[in-house]
Design a protein around this ligand. Structure first.
Ligand SMILES: C[S@@+](CC[C@H](N)C(=O)[O-])C[C@H]1O[C@@H](n2cnc3c(N)ncnc32)[C@H](O)[C@@H]1O
Length: 274
């Protein structure tokens, strides 16, 4: 199959935006193009025009397409040293100023990160003091996150991460196994509000002490990264924390001077200016 032309990608993003209000025009081109290539192969579409035709004829297809073009890979306690840092330094610091912590997981995917957070907060005995909002633009992953059902095969890696995080128990304490599935203890997410929210055109909806947006902006171009970082800045209390993925950084963004670097390795930043 030929490499997809940029003009084809533009046509596709136009239709998604105009007809369905999903704006992918500022996603990083090379990875977005690879995802579209994958969709063509998966659905056996002979060209981007055929894909566009399907999109125009079948409004239900847009949700499937959104799921396919976004990357949903996630793990529990991904980057264990980061989770240790969060438990041992960031959260105790937030607790010096407030007794009730508000947390936003932006781009939470199927919820493994949210369960990790809830497990950690429970082990710190502060889960009841925390209000968590978890959002993603993909309704399908939000649904999976709410259900808390994961493949048992993935639990092996999750367990390894949890051990490296130095959790208090065994991860098995937090789920039961049924027919090859891990059913997470739903009481962990009783207080979590899961919502559909698109970082591209979604507005600020609350103020937070801590925002995690890990491995999401890596798929955005610089313009969109700057725009989303402004949204995070606006959504944080002064001295609130913003945490991005291990391959991401705030150093080059327009709003960098309003944050200080708390931990460069773990990509932990603190808002110091309004
Ligand atoms: C690779 S996952 C990251 C999951 C988790 N934060 C982690 O680090 O393990 C990226 C997630 O970002 C979501 N995403 C992509 N674009 C988004 C947007 N514009 N608004 C909200 N979420 C978005 C995707 O649907 C996907 O679930």
């Amino acid at each position: 199959m030929h490499e997809i032309e940029i003009a084809d990608i533009r046509k596709l993003t136009e239709v998604m935006k105009e007809k369905y209000n999903y704006d992918f025009s500022n996603y990083a081109m090379s990875s977005f193009r690879r995802r579209i290539q994958r969709v063509l192969e998966l659905y056996k579409f002979s060209s981007v025009d055929v894909l566009i035709k399907r999109l125009q004829d079948d409004p239900r297809f847009v949700k499937e397409l959104v799921s396919e073009v976004t990357v949903n890979v996630t793990e529990m306690f991904r980057d264990p040293s980061f989770w240790r840092e969060l438990r041992d330094h960031v959260l105790p610091n937030i607790l010096l100023n407030t007794q009730n912590i508000s947390i936003w997981h932006a781009g939470c995917s199927s919820g493994e990160e949210v369960f990790s957070m809830a497990i950690m907060l429970k082990e710190m005995d502060i889960l009841h003091k925390c209000k968590i909002v978890a959002t993603d633009l993909d309704p399908d992953v939000i649904h999976r996150a709410k259900s808390g059902v994961y493949s048992i095969k993935n639990m092996e890696l999750n367990q390894k991460n949890y051990i490296r995080f130095q959790g208090q128990h065994s991860l098995e304490k937090y789920y039961r196994e049924e027919q090859g599935k891990a059913l997470m203890d739903k009481s962990l997410i009783e207080q979590v509000s899961f919502r559909e929210h698109n970082l591209v055109n979604g507005s600020a909806f609350s103020k937070f002490d801590l925002i995690l947006c890990r491995n999401v902006m890596i798929y955005f171009n610089q313009t969109l990264q700057n725009q989303v970082l402004k949204l995070f800045h606006e959504s944080l209390f002064k001295y609130g924390y913003l945490i991005v993925g291990s391959k991401e950084s705030l150093i080059w963004c327009e709003i960098a001077n309003k944050f200080i670097v708390v931990n460069n390795e773990e990509k932990i930043y603190k808002k110091v200016k309004d």
